[in-house]
Write a protein that binds this ligand. Structure first.
Ligand SMILES: Nc1nc2c(ncn2[C@@H]2O[C@H](COP(=O)(O)OP(=O)(O)OP(=O)(O)O)[C@@H](O)[C@H]2O)c(=O)[nH]1
Ligand SMILES: [Mg+2]
Length: 240
């Protein structure tokens, strides 16, 4: 079988306690994997740690951006670099160990049958641990809302642990995506479904972050709500 070139994109903002251990676990998965860290000038020195990793390991690349420009645009920068590098599969994941690297081989294997595979908390065998009631309600509510308004078929629309086949990203005008933050995940999923790509879900257990603080603000939640409503509006007027 042809070897699959895998790029793993990790957006980081203040992940100095996580990034080194995570990168080492991913590198241990095999030498066809390239890690692309997209750091937004983290004040805690994550970018410098990433540079050290890039010096020590051929499979690590770093994209430095001047300031916190948002999760969505960080993914886009990573996607462009991964496509230019020649990746067949592009995996996205958080830096905080909520997305365990041990699931990467399963996501990649399933991407032979579905062009986009979501590491899903909301299918049989998936779930969350150490999540408070408020967090559970927020996540479930966001998913139900996005599914209803946009007709999304997958059960975990806000998951950041994904494996995209190269052709999926090539089919989307990345620069036309208007979400710069967390709602990027819903917007690109919606575009993938509209393009007719096969989208699968693989169960994952999502663990609360090991170190550091969450970057989801109230503002990001309202922006996500707004994005879903805008896309829903567009869906009504551009049916089909
Ligand atoms: N480059 C970049 N990375 C970001 C930005 N915002 C968040 N991140 C990273 O994106 C990933 C997801 O952010 P988190 O704060 O962990 O969000 P979350 O996992 O949905 O929330 P928690 O469960 O509370 O951790 C982490 O690796 C962050 O460091 C950003 O503006 N720029
Ligand atoms: Mg997280």
């Amino acid at each position: 079988m042809k070897t699959v070139a895998i790029a793993v994109i990790i957006p980081t903002y203040n992940e100095s306690d996580n990034i080194e251990a995570l990168a080492k676990e991913i590198l241990a998965l095999g030498d066809t994997t390239e890690i692309i860290i997209v750091d937004d000038n983290s004040p805690d020195g994550t970018g410098e740690i990433a540079d050290e990793l890039a010096k020590a390991y051929r499979g690590v690349k770093v994209i430095h951006r001047p300031a916190k420009l948002g999760l969505g645009t960080a993914y886009i920068a990573g996607f462009k670099a991964a496509l230019a590098w020649g990746a067949d599969c592009i995996v996205t994941m958080d830096a905080d160990f909520s997305h365990h690297p041990g699931y990467i081989p399963d996501l990649v294997a399933r991407s032979q049958d579905a062009q986009l595979v979501i590491g899903s908390r909301y299918v049989d065998g998936g779930g969350t641990v150490n999540w408070g009631l408020q967090r559970r309600i927020l996540s479930r509510g966001a998913n139900t809302f996005a599914r209803l308004v946009l007709g999304l078929k997958v059960h975990d629309c806000t998951a950041g642990f994904r494996c995209y086949r190269r052709e999926v990203l090539e089919s989307i005008e990345l620069d036309e995506i208007f979400s710069d933050g967390y709602s990027f995940l819903i917007e690109i999923l919606y575009k993938c479904q509209r393009r007719g790509w096969e989208i699968g879900e693989a169960p994952i257990i999502f663990e609360d972050r090991r170190h550091g603080a969450s970057k989801i603000s109230r503002r990001e939640i309202f922006k996500a709500l707004y994005t879903v409503l805008c896309l829903g509006w567009e869906r009504i007027f551009r049916r089909g």
